[in-house]
Design a protein around this ligand. Structure first.
Ligand code: PGA
Length: 270
């Protein structure tokens, strides 16, 4: 009988593979790592700075964090959060905004100080949007950097909304937080939240840059399901290229842990 999680050491970091249909065990593992990072940073510098992700994948992780908080096992009063991305333009009250997502799945369920939860503001004027993105990087730096960044991966290999591009690896690794145009695959996948209509998905978004994300002390990247298998395999075993942003994680592999289910790991070789 197979024993889970399987543990692989790969060019893109340590990979933990959980049984298909058991997202709860995977989510528990991610929540354990997050709790450990919060405790360790709290002990070291009196606060912990977490980079958070939205999308369907991290939802069970947030359920675990909320449960631990209710059980008194995880406190959020010294936790500062920065979210990876947000549509632009969008109202924070829009049901599809990532601010609303975070409020629903985490912020409203734990005791966290409102001005310590940072999500890009989809209402800043056009003339200030670039400055807002740069400001986000400055805030993270002023808070002493990200202790742990939680990531998902898109079917096209994107991380945050750092979409596939023809940049050189060096240029991609230097990308700061900024406004971007969504890739057609991203818009198609986001359509399920917008009544199935890809045209209703905002065309642009604010995203943490690759440089910002990769400056985190630890990165946890989670992927479930067969739709992610190709992006996962290209990221872990493929050439390092900005065409598959996930593959850039190979340049910082010692601080990366992948949490996968068997379906997402299906095209990995070992
Ligand atoms: P998902 O999105 O969790 O909804 O699959 C992940 C991503 O696009 O980063």
């Amino acid at each position: 009988m197979a024993v889970f999680p399987r543990n692989l050491s790969t060019p893109a970091g340590n990979v933990l593979i959980f049984a298909e249909g058991d997202p709860e065990s995977a989510a528990r593992c991610a929540a354990d790592r997050i709790r450990f990072a919060v405790d360790a940073a709290g002990a070291r510098r009196g606060k912990a700075v977490l980079g958070l992700a939205t999308g369907s994948t991290p939802i069970p992780v947030y359920s675990q964090l909320v449960q631990r908080h209710r059980e008194g096992d995880l406190k959020f009063n010294g936790v500062i959060t920065y979210n990876l991305d947000e549509y632009y333009p969008i109202s924070p009250r829009d049901p599809n905004s990532y601010r609303t997502f975070m409020h629903r799945h985490l912020f409203s369920q734990v005791e966290i100080v409102p001005n310590q939860t940072h999500v890009f503001d989809g209402t800043v004027p056009e003339s200030a949007v670039s400055e807002h993105a740069e400001q986000f990087d400055r805030w993270i730096e002023a808070d002493g950097g990200l202790d742990l960044q939680l990531l998902g991966i898109g079917r096209n290999g994107h991380i945050g909304f750092n979409e596939p591009s023809d940049l050189s690896v060096e240029q991609a690794l230097a990308l700061p937080s900024r406004i971007i145009s969504l890739h057609p695959v991203t818009a198609a996948d986001a359509a399920r939240d917008f009544g199935g209509d890809a045209n209703a998905v905002p065309k642009r978004a604010l995203t943490m840059g690759i440089k910002t994300i990769f400056s985190a002390r630890e990165i946890l990247i989670i992927a479930f399901g067969p739709n992610k298998a190709e992006a996962v395999a290209k990221s872990i075993h493929g050439p390092v290229t900005a065409e598959v942003p996930g593959s850039l994680l190979q340049t910082i592999s010692s601080k990366v842990t992948w949490i996968l289910d068997e379906a997402a790991a299906d095209l990995l070789s070992w």
